[in-house]
Each structure stands twice: as C-alpha cells, then as structure tokens.
Unconditional design. Structure first.
Length: 194
C-alpha cells in the first residue's frame, strides 16, 4: 500500500514529535507555541530537501512554499491531538524519572503513543522500546566525548528501570559500531510501547 505521506497529518506530525516535545518543554503546549514548532520543523525539512534536490541554492520563497506543501493540510484539531500526545509523553517521562532504579516500572511511566501496534490486544503481547541519551567517549586517534541517543527493544516483561537500562547498555556494548566507545553516564531515558 502506498504511503499517504505528506498528505496524512498524522504522518507529518508524528515525524515532528521531537520538535513538539522540545517546544513544549521550553514554551508550553499552547497552540501558538505548537504551531511555531511545526512551522520551524517544516522550514528546516524544506530547506534540507531543496538544498539536495535543487540545482541552485533555494530561495526563502521556495523554502516557504515547500514547507507549506508539507503542513498546509494540518488543522488545529490535528495540532490539539498532538499537543495532548506531547503532554502524555512528558507525563510518562516525568513519572519514569521519579521512580528509583530498582522500583517496578508502572503503566503511567510508559508512553503509550496512539500509533503503538502491540497495545490493547490480549492476543498480542505488548512490546516496549527504551530510548537512552548517554554521555559517551569514543577512542580513536583522539578521545571524543559526545552525547548520543539510541533506542533498543526491551526483551521480556518490564521490571525496573535498572533492568531496562542494563539491557540497553548490554546491546550498546555488543554493537560493532560502539567497539571503541565507552559509556560515561546515562543522561535521560524514556520507555514507550511499540
């Protein structure tokens, strides 16, 4: 089946969820702030696409027209739905952060996005993904410290944050990509149903 992107507002807004979360953290979930984040993300996307596809550098008018093509069909109702989703994400992240490392992860500490495919069906076991922001050091000719997000599927039932982070760190260490990297610290993490 062919994708409806970018004509499907859910596809576009889902792709902008990180921008919407960042905007909500810095300026709240009001309509003006959410719309500003959407316009900013659309302009960044349009600028990148046109920089690659145009034979000449894109003009501001071309960028604006391409951005409008991406978001022109998004309604205030769509933005309100995603503002609500952002609120659910932020509440789940705060609830997870409030748990001690050995405490049982509770349902209100797991983000349950509307696009999750393994929730709400007794015949399908719910699956989870942990997303981790780490401070790492990569050793090469010189050592480079950086912050990096990575996502991993949690195997087995959710128990404690420490258990989920141990699984993620084990998978990090097993990856050839990280063979010269070491974890300095965990800076942030979220868990969501997939």
């Amino acid at each position: 089946m062919a994708s409806q992107w970018p004509n499907n507002p859910d596809s576009v807004l889902r792709g902008m969820l990180g921008n919407l979360v960042s905007a909500a953290e810095s300026g709240g979930r009001g309509a003006a702030n959410m719309w500003s984040a959407i316009h900013s993300a659309a302009n960044d996307w349009a600028s990148g696409v046109l920089a690659v596809t145009n034979p000449t550098p894109p003009t501001p008018e071309e960028i604006s027209a391409k951005a409008q093509q991406l978001i022109g069909h998004i309604t205030i109702q769509d933005v309100n739905r995603y503002s609500h989703t952002v609120g659910e994400f932020l509440r789940a992240r705060a609830n997870l952060a409030s748990l001690g490392p050995q405490e049982q992860i509770t349902g209100n500490a797991v983000f349950n996005p509307p696009w999750a495919r393994t929730t709400g069906n007794a015949a399908v076991p719910t699956r989870y993904r942990i997303r981790v922001l780490r401070s790492i050091t990569v050793k090469g000719f010189t050592s480079i410290n950086r912050e990096e997000w990575a996502s991993y599927e949690v195997t087995g039932p959710l128990t404690s944050a420490a258990d989920a982070l141990n699984q993620a760190n084990s998978l990090f260490s097993q990856s050839d990509y990280n063979s010269r990297a070491s974890i300095n610290s965990i800076l942030d993490y979220t868990i969501e149903a997939i």
